[in-house]
Write a protein that binds this ligand. Structure first.
Ligand code: HEM
Length: 427
C-alpha cells in the first residue's frame, strides 16, 4: 500500500511522540510532498536542500500581516497575534531588515562573549541549587531546577529584567507560546495566550519607563535609547513586541537544548564519557544535539508569487510547512542520519533555521550549551535518570516538561558532586 501524507498523521499521537520514523518515510518520497487542497499548507517540505531553499528564497515569506489579512483572519482581535505580527518573526522583508539590524547588534558574537561570565555565574548558582534539591540522592526535576531557569536568567540578564521579576515569566511565556504549535488551538489556550501577551506588554511598558528614567547597561535601555533618538527606526509597538519575543524565543528553546541533550547523553554512556573527558568537544556536541533532537521542528512560509519547490507547484498565497526537524535527518545530506555522532563533519543543521530569519540568538544559545553542559557533567559525575522523562509531544519547543534525575549515587557519599572527606579519619 502506498504512503499518503496528511497533516492528521503528522499530528497524531504516535508521530508526535517519535516523529523520526515518519520523517524517514517522507524522505523516501523525495524532498517535498503535496497535501490535499483543503489542507492549510500546500505542501510539506522535508528534504534538506528544499527546506534550505524555501527558508532563503525571497519568494517564500513569513506569515506577515498582509498574508493574514488576505486569508481573512481576524488576527487583530488577539493580543498574542498582534504581538507576533509586530515582531521580527512575522515582519515583511523591509521592516524585518530594519528591526533585525537593531536587535542583531545586541547579540553579536562580541556581545555574547561579554555575557559569558554572567552565564557561568548564573550556571554555578543554579548548579548549587540543583545540588541542594538533589542532596542525598533525592530525585530532582532537571527542567524545573536548572534547564528552564538558566536561559530565563541569561536572557533576563541580557535584556535587563531584574532578578526578582524573573520567576514571574515562565507561566506567561508558556501560555504565550502555545499558539506557535502546529494545528488548531482551543479557545481556552488562545484566551490564556492573549492574557499572557497583555501582561507581558504591560510588564515591558513599565520596564521601559524605568530604564528611560535611569538607563543601565542592558538591552532594554539601549533599545529605548535608539528608539528615542531615531523614532523612524523603531516604533514603540515594534520595540515592545520584539522585547517580548526575544525573551520568549531565548528561553524554552535553550531549556530544551539542555533537556534533550541530557537525555541523549544519558542514553549514550560512551558519548557522555567522551565529553566528560574532553570538554573541548562541547561545541560539536551542541551542534549534534541540535541536529538530532532540535527544540524547533518546523517553520512556515507562504509563496508571495506562483513558484515551485522540489517539482511541486505552489500557487501564490499558499503556504508550506517546512519540517526542519526532518531536514536534519535527511539521508541525502547527513550520512547515517539517525545515529548521534558529534564528530560528523560539516554539521550544518537547520535547528536555527536559515536565511533572513535565521535565529538572532544562535550565538547565545550555542554559548550557553557549550559553557554549561561540561560544567554540569563535571559537577555531577554520577548524574543519572531517576524516572522516565516527560513525553515530548510538540513540534515547536519540543522538549521534556519534566526530567527527573539523580545527581549522586545514594550509596556513595558524593552528594553535590563533591566527595566528602571526613577530616577526623586519617587518609
Ligand atoms: C538552542 C536555542 C535556540 C534555538 C533552537 C532557536 C531556534 C530558532 C529558530 C528555528 C528560529 C527561526 C524561525 C523561523 O525561521 O521562522 C529562531 C528565530 C529567532 N530566535 Fe532563536 N533559537 C534559540 C535561541 C535563541 C535565543 C537565546 C534568543 C534570544 C536571546 C533567540 C531569539 C530569536 C529571535 C528573536 C528570532 C526571530 C528572528 C527573525 O525572525 O529574524 N533564539 N530561533
Amino acid at each position: 500500500m502506498g504512503f499518503s501524507v496528511s497533516l492528521d498523521d503528522l499530528l497524531g499521537d504516535e508521530v508526535r511522540r517519535d516523529p523520526y520514523p515518519y520523517y524517514a518515510r517522507l524522505h523516501e518520497l523525495g524532498e517535498a510532498v503535496a497535501l490535499a487542497p483543503t489542507a492549510p499548507y500546500a505542501a510539506v517540505v522535508h528534504g534538506y536542500d528544499a527546506a534550505h531553499r524555501v527558508l532563503r528564497d525571497p519568494v517564500f515569506r513569513v506569515l506577515d500581516a498582509d498574508h493574514l489579512d488576505r486569508a481573512g483572519l481576524r488576527w487583530r482581535d488577539h493580543a498574542v497575534i498582534r504581538t507576533l505580527q509586530a515582531s521580527m518573526f512575522n515582519a515583511p522583508p523591509d521592516d524585518h531588515a530594519r528591526v533585525r539590524q537593531l536587535f542583531g547588534q545586541a547579540l553579536t558574537a562580541r556581545r555574547v562573549t561579554a555575557l559569558e561570565p554572567a552565564i557561568l555565574r548564573i550556571a554555578d548558582r543554579l548548579l548549587d541549587g540543583l545540588a541542594d534539591a538533589g542532596a542525598d540522592g533525592r530525585p530532582v526535576d532537571f527542567m524545573a531546577e536548572f534547564a528552564l531557569p538558566l536561559p530565563s536568567d541569561v536572557v533576563g540578564e541580557l535584556l535587563g529584567v531584574p532578578e526578582r521579576d524573573r520567576g514571574w515569566f515562565p507561566s506567561r511565556v508558556r501560555a504565550f507560546d502555545a499558539v506557535l504549535e502546529i494545528g488548531p488551538r482551543s479557545f481556552r489556550e488562545i484566551r490564556a495566550a492573549n492574557v499572557a501577551a497583555e501582561e507581558l506588554t504591560a510588564y515591558f511598558t513599565d520596564l521601559l519607563a524605568v530604564r528611560r528614567a535611569e538607563p543601565r547597561d542592558d538591552l532594554v535601555s539601549a533599545l529605548a535609547g535608539i528608539r528615542d533618538e531615531r523614532p523612524d527606526q523603531l516604533s514603540e509597538t515594534e520595540l515592545l513586541a520584539n522585547l517580548i519575543v526575544m525573551y520568549n524565543a531565548g528561553f524554552r528553546t535553550t531549556a530544551n537544548l539542555f533537556g534533550n541533550g541530557l537525555t541523549l547523553l544519558l542514553a549514550r554512556p560512551d558519548a557522555l564519557a567522551a565529553l566528560r573527558a574532553d570538554p573541548r568537544l562541547a561545541p560539536a556536541y551542541v551542534e549534534e544535539i541540535l541536529r538530532y533532537e532540535p527544540p524547533v521542528h518546523f517553520a512556515v512560509r507562504y509563496a508571495a508569487q506562483d513558484t515551485e519547490i522540489a517539482g511541486l507547484s505552489i500557487p501564490r498565497g499558499r503556504s508550506v510547512l517546512v519540517l526542519t526537524g526532518a531536514a536534519n535527518r535527511d539521508p541525502r545530506r547527513f550520512t547515517d542520519p539517525d545515529s548521534f555522532d558529534p564528530s560528523r563533519p560539516d554539521n550544518r543543521h537547520l535547528a536555527f533555521s536559515a536565511g533572513p530569519h535565521y535565529c538572532v540568538g544562535a550565538a547565545l544559545g550555542r554559548a550557553e550549551g557549550r559553557l554549561v553542559l561540561p560544567r554540569l557533567l563535571d559537577r555531577f559525575p554520577a548524574l543519572a535518570l531517576a524516572a522516565e522523562p516527560g513525553e515530548r509531544r510538540h513540534f515547536m519547543l519540543r522538549g521534556h516538561d519534566r526530567l527527573p534525575v539523580r545527581l549522586a549515587d545514594p550509596d556513595t557519599d558524593r552528594s553535590a558532586g563533591t566527595v566528602r572527606v571526613d577530616l577526623a579519619k586519617p587518609t
